[in-house]
Ligand binder design. Structure first.
Ligand SMILES: [Fe+2]
Length: 405
């Protein structure tokens, strides 16, 4: 007689490692030593530019002081594009680089990952579509055919939300498909991520808010998700506690050192929650569609989509929303899970509003019925759907998006 495991929706779960991290004041000064450790002699420095901050110049000078040649590729924009990865690959190969240093937020880190995938395969002729994680055909059936990425990447993170400096996914716009490719390739996670609150406090306050709400979603979605992994629950709840206790203060005064240090930790462990195996949900699934269609910031679109999607999801996991509310410090212990969920969603909305992000209707961004149909079609085959706590079909996605117009 064999043990019956058929009733389990997910009988096997895979726990992944997060990238090495260096966290704390002055962490960015380790960039030269870290590159040396990974054998980088000529770095392609990938960035959006971070103009006016002096950060790129600072990193370049540290690398040069460690006898590391630097070629700068600053052609990355928010929501990094496939053609930007191609241009970066061309520069990498022409300059004869042997490693990547990314400086900035998720756009820089994910562009760096895309460039490494292309260099590792057919250079500028590589189609990133070949590495996209779809549900059908399921991406795990294709991964064994991929070449492992061995080119090192040292990521200097400057934002309070991305997590991409430690994750094994790269999110790159396919401009023709109008879809965010989720690239999952073995070895693509950065070799090390440096998180320095001294750099994070140079962000403008609105970016602290947008990135912070992205981090909130990174913790909330895997915590309530179907993968239901205890290894995820602990870090996710701690991230939610840190974010609810520090995001307002960091947004209100980026030079509040305690708040910014706590944000550095919060964004790091929040990304750990989804990266080690918790997965994402339909907040990210739909936010990706809004940001690719209207070129809006990733964190901002998550903040816009989080409440409509979680109100839909909440009936599947009210007990989880009660735990989130308790982590946020709400006095809801005496309430039943459904009542507690209402209070938790109110508190999340209050946090989002407090940091200057109202529920802006999608019509304000010229979002149309055609955009909704495009979003329905692509989001249903998106990796983010897999861990969503409530089963969701096309009509339900359509209804959620229409409610946001
Ligand atoms: Fe995100």
């Amino acid at each position: 007689m064999s043990i019956n495991v058929e009733r389990k929706q997910f009988p096997l779960l895979y726990v992944h490692q997060h990238s090495r991290g260096v966290i704390g004041w002055g962490a960015h000064k380790m960039v030269g030593q870290e590159c040396q450790m990974y054998g980088i002699k000529h770095a392609l420095l990938v960035t959006t530019g971070l103009k006016g901050t002096g950060i790129v110049e600072e990193i370049e000078s540290i690398l040069k002081a460690h006898d590391i040649a630097v070629t700068i590729f600053d052609g990355v924009t928010s929501n990094p594009k496939d053609f930007e990865c191609k241009a970066g690959t061309e520069v990498y190969l022409q300059a004869g680089c042997d490693g990547v240093v990314t400086v900035g937020g998720g756009s820089a880190h994910d562009a760096g990952k895309g460039i490494r995938i292309m260099v590792e395969n057919d250079g500028v002729d590589t189609s990133l579509r070949d590495f996209c994680a779809f549900l059908d055909p399921h991406y795990t059936t294709r991964i064994p055919t991929y070449k492992v990425v061995t080119i090192p990447q040292v990521s200097v993170n400057t934002t309070t939300g991305t997590g991409a400096e430690g994750t094994a996914f790269a999110i790159v716009n396919d401009e023709e498909w109008r879809y965010k490719l989720i690239l999952v390739v073995p070895g693509v996670a950065p070799s090390v991520g440096l998180n320095d609150p001294a750099l994070m406090r140079l962000q403008p306050p609105h970016l602290i808010a947008w990135a912070g709400m992205d981090a909130f979603c990174h913790a909330m979605e895997p915590f309530i998700g179907r993968f239901n992994m205890p290894v995820v629950h602990g870090v996710a709840l701690r991230a939610i506690k840190l974010l609810s206790e520090n995001l307002r203060q960091a947004h209100g005064n980026p030079y509040n050192d305690t708040a910014m240090e706590n944000m550095a930790w919060a964004q790091y462990i929040a990304s750990m929650a989804y990266n080690v195996g918790g997965g994402m949900g339909m907040v990210h699934g739909l936010a990706h569609m809004v940001s690719v269609l209207k070129d809006l910031h990733h964190g901002y679109t998550n903040a816009i989509m989080m409440l409509p999607v979680e109100r839909f999801n909440s009936i599947a996991v009210p007990e989880k929303f009660k735990e989130i509310g308790e982590a946020m410090g709400l006095d809801i212990h005496h309430m039943n899970p459904v009542q507690a969920t209402d209070k938790t969603l109110e508190a999340i909305e209050r946090l989002r509003n407090d940091v200057g992000i109202p529920q802006v209707p999608l019509k304000e961004f010229d979002f149309t019925d055609d955009d909704i149909e495009h979003s329905v079609k692509w989001s249903l085959n998106d990796l983010s759907r897999e861990a969503n706590p409530r089963q969701v079909n096309a009509d339900q996605v359509r209804t959620i998006m229409r409610s946001c117009l």
